[in-house]
Design a protein around this ligand. Sequence first.
Ligand SMILES: Cc1ncc(COP(=O)(O)O)c(C=O)c1O
Length: 464
Amino acid sequence: MNMLHAESLRQDPRIAQAKQLIAEAMRDHSASMTDVSPSDPDQSANYQSLIDGFTCARGGPPIWPYFASGLGNGPYVELADGSVKLDFIGGIGVHGGGHSNPDLVSASIDAAIEDTVMQGNLQQNPASIEMMQRLVSLASESGAPLEHVLLSTSGAMANENALKLAFHHRQPADRIIAFDNAFAGRSIALAALTDRPAYRNGLPKAIQVDYLPFLHPDHPEKSQRWAVDELKRLLKRYPGKHAAFWAEPIAGEGGYYPGSHDFFTALCEPLREAGVPIIFDEVQTFSRTSRPFAFQHYGLDQFADIVTVGKITQVCATLYRNDFHPKAPILSQTFTGSTSAISTGLATLDALQSTHCFGADGGNMKRHAYFAEQLQKLVDKYPGSISGPFGEGMMIVFTPGDGTLDHAKLLMNLMFEEGLLGFLCGAEPARLRFLPPPMITTNDHIDAAIKLLDRSLEKFVSQK
Ligand SMILES: Cc1ncc(COP(=O)(O)O)c(C=O)c1O
């Protein structure tokens, strides 16, 4: 059998040499970024013009003054004002390998020599199929009956496809059950599902949603009983009308509150009995616990009918059981993902395994324990200015001050000035979250973050 032309290009030693040169150049230019540093006054006019340009084009200012230069080193990122920040938010969980990760850059170069910039329904290269197979194999590794997958370009599109599968399967059911403070994305249907009235201001109500309370960290038994009672009431009130139960296994935008095996099992059993499909949205949780998927971390494999992923996987996806395979052409997309997103996604999956992120005693859980221990020291040092609980795995969180949005924003901005990037989540209380890159974060990086947070809290105490 003759080798394909494309394969002989991929194996051409000049490509390997070019990649080697690029890797060396990147190392030389990024190696000095091993700590935070302030902005360069000479760059300030240029930076301001970036902010102004954005503001003009977008019709409003950016959420915060973050414009990256295009180079970083591990969890450190250079901004276009010349400052270096310790990035523990990573575009909300996207930079799982940190910045300028050599393995991901190498995968991007492989992607750049493919003939397709974007892959999709009528243009699939081998990497697409490999990504699909890898996701199915990871999702089903401990028994979840997930056999099929569809790639897509955003978490919202992955969730849209999930809802379509569920509605189609359970037609004519037209209601969804979700949790208080749920966040599912920004399409019209998902704005209806997301529990933030402001995000659907002026939009038509696309779907009917019933909300359940989530597991409360201070009174788990009571909140579980309350959620189960409410679920049973809803199932009785709207018999046969629910097309799906949609859940983030760890409440994400809602404030990084973990679920648990018992909590979800108590809900999923009556849902199963009522024949209501179960969707786990893992767009934010994938890769951050003791297992690739948080539904696996909580031992909920048997209940996973449809599962979505995104963010760290670079390309998003909807995984589903065979009996959900649609009987009409309801799913199709010109673009399922860019070739570089698919290739870097594959490299990310490799690195999550090779850097031992998973396991009860794996990197994610160990680093969580260390981070939480250090945060607790700050709680003791600054009583009333910072409190837990601290999240789960590599989803780290704390509550600043009195839990108001003003306090959370104040501390977030002070951290930004000190060089530490974390972001808001939750409401009542408003919280600050970190999504440290699971593949590369070390205890030294966590120590560096704690030092910067300590300095920020010192200022916070006098300004709050
Ligand atoms: C749990 C969850 N689902 C869905 C989404 C939407 O993903 P995207 O912004 O890629 O559309 C997000 C984004 O924050 C999310 O956290």
